[in-house]
Ligand binder design. Structure first.
Ligand SMILES: C[S@@+](CC[C@H](N)C(=O)[O-])C[C@H]1O[C@@H](n2cnc3c(N)ncnc32)[C@H](O)[C@@H]1O
Ligand SMILES: [Zn+2]
Length: 589
C-alpha cells in the first residue's frame, strides 16, 4: 500500500495527476508537446465538426424548402421537379401558428449534433484524457482504457483528484483496448492511440471504433523500425519497406498513413489526413475516417512505391494506380511503370525499391491554418506553446503536394562541394521556374517540384563557381558533374527565397525539449545498470521522479525559443538524443 509521501503531484495544463515516485505508471513529461498538439487539433475538430453540421443542416433545410415550394407549386398546378425530403431529418413543425409568427420553416433538421465522444485507448495515468476533459470545451464523455491494473487504478485516482470537471465526464476501464474497440464499432468521434513503440497491433480495431467523419490520432515512437534500421520488421508491422533516405522521418509518417488506410479499406473505410507531424522522437498523425465503398477505389492513387538511388540522392515515386476518364466515367487501372530506368540517369547506380507509402497530402492546409490560429488565440492554455506553434508554422509552409524532400547538405556532399546557402539554393530553384519549400522535419530539408536533372544542374553550376578537388572517377558525384548543365542557373536572390515566417522572424525550429529526452522506459520495467549506463544517473532520477520543471506553473518544461541562425544555413538544433531501452525494443523483430 503506497503512502502519501510515495506520490508527487504533477501538473500539466489544467490537469493534475498523482504520480507514484517509482516507475509504476508510465509518464513522460516531454510528451507535453504531443498532448498540447492533440488538444489543439481536438479543439479544431470540435469547431470543424460543428461548422460541417451547420452547413449540412443549412443545405438540407434549403433543399427541403425548395421541395416544399415545389410541392406547393404542384398543388397549384404549376410544373416542378423535386426530390422528396429526407424523412429522417424532417418533422412537421408542431406549432404552425408560432412558425408563421416567427417566419421559421414548417419543418426543421432534427438530428442534433451530440458532443463528441473521446476514447483514449492506451491511457496510463490518464493525464491526456484528463487534459482533454478539462481543457477542450464541447466534448462529451472521455473514456480512458488500459490493460494494466496499476495504470487504471492510478487513472481512477487521478479522475477523482481532478474533481467534478473530470468525474462528470471521464471514466476508466481495465481492458484490452483492442477488444474494447472491436466491441464498440463506430462509437467514438475521437480515438487516440498513444502506445509504447509501435501502434501496429491497435490499428485494425482503432479504425473500426471511429465514427464516420471522426478523428483518429495515432503516435508511433518506433522510429528505428519506421526509418529502416530493420526494413523487414517495418514491413511485417506496417506492410511497407522503408528506404533509408534523408527524408526517413517524413517517410515514417507516410508509412504509418498507408498502413492506417490499408486497415480502414478492409472495412470499406478511408482516411483523410489533417495533420501529420514528426516531433522530438516520434511521429503523430491526425486523420479523419469515413466510410465509402466508392472512395476506397481511389486508394491506389494515393499510394506510391519509391525508387531510391543507392549512389546519389535522387528518388522517384511510382504511383500504384491510375484513373482513366472516358465519357464522364472514371475507371481505375494499375499504373504503368517503371518510372525509372534500371540505372540512375543522374549517377548510373542502381535503385532500391521501397514503400508503398502514402503519397497524397499528409496535411489539410485549412486545418493547419485554423489549428495554428486557434493555438495563437489561446497562448496561455498551451504549456508547449512555442513548440507547437513552431511545428504548425513550418507545416503550414510546406508544399503539400510534394512527397518527401532532400537535404541540401547531402546533395552538396554527393558532389563533394561546400553547400550553397539555403537562400541561394532556393533562389536558384525559384529562378528556374519551380516551386520550393522547407519541411517541418528538418531545417535543411527541401521540397521542390524541380526534376532531379534541374537540381543537379544547379549543383553543376555551383561547382563551376566553387571548384572542387578531383574525385574518384567512378563516384556518383563525378558522374553527375561529368555532364554539362542544360540550364543557366541564376543564383541571384529571389523574392520568395525566404519563407513568410522567416521574413517575419517567426521561430520555426526549437532545440531539444530537455537534457535527457526521448522515449521513457516502460512503466514497471526494472531500471537496470544498463539503463543507468545508457541514460546516466541524472536521467534515471528524472524518470523515477517523473521530474518536470515547475517553472511557469503549468508543470511542463517551458519552451525556450532557439535563435534561428542567420542565413538559415545551419538552423537546425541538434536532434541527437540519448538511446534508451525502448529504442532497442523498437528494433526487436
Ligand atoms: C505510452 S503509454 C500511454 C501514455 C499516455 N497516453 C500519456 O499520454 O501519458 C502506453 C500504455 O498502454 C498500455 N497498454 C499496452 N497495451 C495495451 C492494451 N492491449 N490495451 C490497453 N492498454 C494497453 C500500457 O499499460 C501503457 O500504460
Ligand atoms: Zn543516382
Amino acid at each position: 500500500m503506497a503512502e502519501v509521501e510515495d506520490y508527487e503531484i504533477i501538473r500539466e495544463g489544467e490537469a493534475e495527476i498523482l504520480q507514484l515516485k517509482k516507475n509504476a505508471v508510465f509518464f513522460n513529461p516531454v510528451q507535453v508537446h504531443n498532448r498540447d498538439m492533440s488538444i489543439a487539433v481536438l479543439r479544431a475538430f470540435v469547431a470543424k465538426r460543428k461548422e460541417e453540421h451547420e452547413a449540412l443542416a443549412n443545405k438540407r433545410n434549403k433543399s427541403h424548402q425548395e421541395n416544399k415550394h415545389s410541392e406547393t407549386s404542384i398543388q397549384n398546378g404549376e410544373d416542378a421537379s423535386t426530390s422528396q425530403p429526407d424523412e429522417m431529418d424532417v418533422v412537421p413543425e408542431k406549432d404552425q401558428s408560432q412558425a408563421q409568427a416567427t417566419k421559421t420553416p414548417s419543418w426543421k433538421v432534427t438530428r442534433e449534433l451530440k458532443p463528441p465522444l473521446v476514447l483514449e485507448a492506451l491511457a496510463a495515468s490518464g493525464l491526456r484524457s484528463l487534459r482533454y476533459a478539462r481543457e477542450v470545451d464541447g466534448l462529451g464523455k472521455v473514456v480512458a482504457l488500459d490493460n494494466d491494473k496499476a495504470s487504471v487504478d492510478s487513472c481512477k485516482r487521478n479522475i477523482k483528484f481532478n474533481g467534478a470537471s473530470a468525474t462528470s465526464k471521464m471514466e476508466a476501464h481495465l481492458v484490452d483496448a483492442r477488444v474494447y474497440m472491436l466491441t464498440h464499432p463506430k462509437e467514438f468521434d475521437v480515438v487516440d492511440i498513444d502506445p509504447y513503440g509501435s501502434p501496429s497491433v491497435f490499428l485494425d480495431s482503432a479504425v473500426q471504433a471511429v465514427a464516420d467523419g471522426g478523428l483518429l490520432m495515432c503516435t508511433a515512437t518506433d522510429m528505428a523500425v519506421l526509418c529502416g534500421t530493420n526494413g523487414e520488421v517495418c514491413y511485417s508491422k506496417y506492410g511497407s519497406y522503408p528506404t533509408k533516405g534523408k527524408y526517413c522521418h517524413e517517410m515514417a509518417l507516410r508509412i504509418l498513413l498507408a498502413s492506417i488506410e490499408s486497415h480502414a479499406n478492409r472495412y470499406k473505410r478511408y482516411i483523410v489526413p489533417v495533420l501529420s507531424v514528426f516531433m522530438d522522437f516520434y511521429v503523430r498523425v491526425f486523420v479523419r475516417v469515413s466510410t465509402s465503398p466508392s472512395e476506397i477505389k481511389n486508394t491506389p492513387l494515393k499510394l506510391s512505391y519509391i525508387y531510391q538511388c543507392v549512389g546519389c540522392d535522387s528518388f522517384h515515386l511510382q504511383c500504384l494506380g491510375r484513373s482513366i476518364s472516358k465519357n464522364s466515367t472514371v475507371k481505375h487501372a494499375p499504373a504503368i511503370g517503371p518510372v525509372v530506368p534500371q540505372e540512375c540517369s543522374d549517377c548510373g547506380k542502381k535503385f532500391n525499391v521501397g514503400g508503398p507509402i502514402w503519397s497524397a497530402p499528409i496535411h489539410d492546409q485549412d486545418w493547419v491554418v485554423s489549428t495554428l490560429a486557434g493555438v495563437k488565440s489561446m497562448k496561455d492554455r498551451y504549456p508547449a506553446y512555442n513548440k507547437i506553434t513552431s511545428v504548425l508554422t513550418t507545416v503550414s509552409e510546406e508544399l503539400h503536394d510534394i512527397p518527401l524532400f532532400f537535404n541540401l547538405h547531402n546533395i552538396a556532399g554527393t558532389v563533394k562541394c561546400t553547400s550553397p546557402s539555403l537562400v541561394m539554393f532556393r533562389s536558384a530553384v525559384l529562378n528556374a521556374g519551380y516551386r520550393i519549400s522547407s519541411t517541418h522535419v528538418t531545417p535543411l530539408g527541401v521540397k521542390s517540384d524541380a526534376p532531379w536533372d534541374v537540381i543537379w544542374d544547379i549543383m553543376r553550376c555551383w561547382v563551376k563557381i566553387h571548384p572542387i578537388k578531383e574525385q574518384p572517377h567512378d563516384s556518383p558525384g563525378t558522374t553527375i558533374l561529368s555532364k554539362s548543365p542544360t540550364i543557366e542557373v541564376d543564383f541571384s536572390r529571389a523574392g520568395a527565397a525566404l519563407s513568410k515566417a522567416q521574413t517575419k522572424k517567426v521561430k520555426r525550429f526549437l532545440p531539444n525539449p530537455e537534457r535527457h529526452w526521448g522515449p521513457k522506459v516502460r512503466a514497471g520495467r526494472k531500471i537496470t545498470s544498463k539503463h543507468v549506463s545508457l541514460l546516466g544517473p541524472e536521467a534515471i532520477n528524472s524518470i523515477l521522479n517523473g521530474a518536470v520543471s515547475h517553472e511557469g506553473g503549468n508543470g511542463a518544461a517551458p519552451d525556450k525559443a532557439a535563435p534561428e541562425p542567420e542565413g538559415i544555413k545551419d538552423d537546425e538544433p541538434s536532434t541527437k538524443r540519448q538511446k534508451t531501452g525502448d529504442d532497442e525494443q523498437a528494433n526487436e523483430p
